[in-house]
Design a protein around this ligand. Structure first.
Ligand SMILES: Cc1cc2nc3c(=O)[nH]c(=O)nc-3n(C[C@H](O)[C@H](O)[C@H](O)COP(=O)(O)OP(=O)(O)OC[C@H]3O[C@@H](n4cnc5c(N)ncnc54)[C@H](O)[C@@H]3O)c2cc1C
Length: 327
């Protein structure tokens, strides 16, 4: 395709999670023409895909906000920049041509940009699955890895497997709705926030730990029960249940990102203090990046992408101010 027919954007953000959405807004603030591409059919990243009904308490200015409400507002804010959105498109490859234009290849088409910001979060969301009988067979039939519709669990017996933030957040969110909740955890300590652990301990949720592991899931056509085993004593417990929520982490699957030529360390893209990757014109921000002092939070990711956009701006126009002043 000749460069005359190419619609070249100033900044293209890969990932429409909270960080990508804020980046889209911020790029507009800096007068850049911006496009956002996401593999999922809707914006919101982890907040929409994994925890739409969870409250978020650590966003500046919001005492608490439902994840899906936050996404709505972040999208509205992004829309003020006239960002163009290409959803349902996984970027398979990025190639920087000799003329400096970066091509972003998806299955359907090629997008063109002068700079790119990688805001791909964890890459593809792949919940970790247990290799125990019946788990694969009953997925979607009572076995879940995320809750998209809390009402589905109303008056149901629920078993939650896991000891991290997701498991505790879901336990707290489901506790007022579910008939009963049993939590099973395989080690002696929890990875979840202390405050959530304390709240669960004070709630009607029954915690089974330490060293309880899932041995088998039972059911023909839908989940009927789960057998857990205390691995130190060999004691087994049978939990009749309507639903099992496995929250035992995600497998980091960068997928195609590994082939883009950006330097990677342990499934994260390496950036410098300007959020630059090793590729000219390619920046990164949010959960996907690693740098000294990195913390995976919405707030910090939004700060990172503001830095990335400001540096992309001066890359695009060396006469532009790095700091935009105030909004
Ligand atoms: C259960 C849970 C609770 C949490 N609670 C909080 C909280 O209370 N407060 C807080 O600050 N943080 C919380 N977090 C962390 C927070 O969700 C992340 O820090 C945040 O989502 C990072 O945003 P992001 O935009 O970088 O990535 P993501 O939200 O992961 O979005 C990345 C997007 O990139 C897309 N993508 C990936 N690869 C490609 C590709 N090749 N092509 C196109 N698109 C691609 C994905 O589809 C996705 O939409 C929580 C996380 C979890 C799992």
């Amino acid at each position: 395709m000749s460069s005359q027919t190419e619609d070249v954007y100033d900044i293209t953000i890969i990932g429409a999670g909270p960080v990508g959405l804020y980046g889209a807004f911020y790029a507009g603030l800096r007068g850049a023409r911006v496009k956002v591409i996401d593999a999922l059919p809707e914006v919101g990243g982890a907040l929409k895909a994994l925890y739409p009904e969870k409250y978020i308490y650590d966003i500046a200015g919001f005492p608490k906000v439902l994840a899906k409400e936050y996404v709505k507002m972040a999208y509205r804010q992004a829309a003020t920049s006239d960002a163009s959105f290409a959803l349902g498109r996984r970027v398979k490859d990025i190639l920087r041509r000799d003329d400096g234009i970066i091509e972003l290849h998806t299955k359907r088409e090629i997008h063109y940009s002068r700079t790119v910001i990688v805001a791909c979060g964890m890459g593809a969301f792949m919940p970790r699955r247990l290799d125990v009988p019946n788990v694969r067979e009953l997925e979607g039939k009572g076995i879940f890895y995320a809750v998209k519709n809390f009402e589905r669990f109303r008056d149901k017996r629920v078993v939650i497997v896991g000891g991290g933030d997701s498991a505790f957040d879901y336990a707290l969110a489901l506790e007022p709705l579910a008939k009963s909740i049993d939590m099973i955890h395989r080690s002696a300590s929890f990875a979840a926030h202390e405050d959530s652990v304390e709240k669960v301990k004070r709630s009607n949720v029954t915690l089974h730990y330490p060293y309880w592991e899932t041995k088998a899931v039972h059911g023909a056509g839908s989940v009927e029960a789960l057998t857990a085993i205390q691995t130190q004593t060999g004691v087994e417990k049978y939990f009749p249940t309507d639903a099992i929520l496995f929250n035992i982490g995600f497998l980091a699957n960068l997928g195609p990102i590994k082939n883009w030529g950006v330097k990677i360390s342990r499934n994260n893209v390496i950036v410098d203090e300007f959020m630059r990757t090793n590729l000219e014109g390619v920046y990164a921000a949010g959960d996907i990046v690693t740098h000294q002092g990195k913390i995976n939070l919405i707030t910090t990711g939004c700060g990172e992408i503001a830095v990335a956009v400001n540096h992309a701006k001066t890359y695009l126009d060396p006469k532009a101010k790095l700091s935009p002043g105030h909004s």
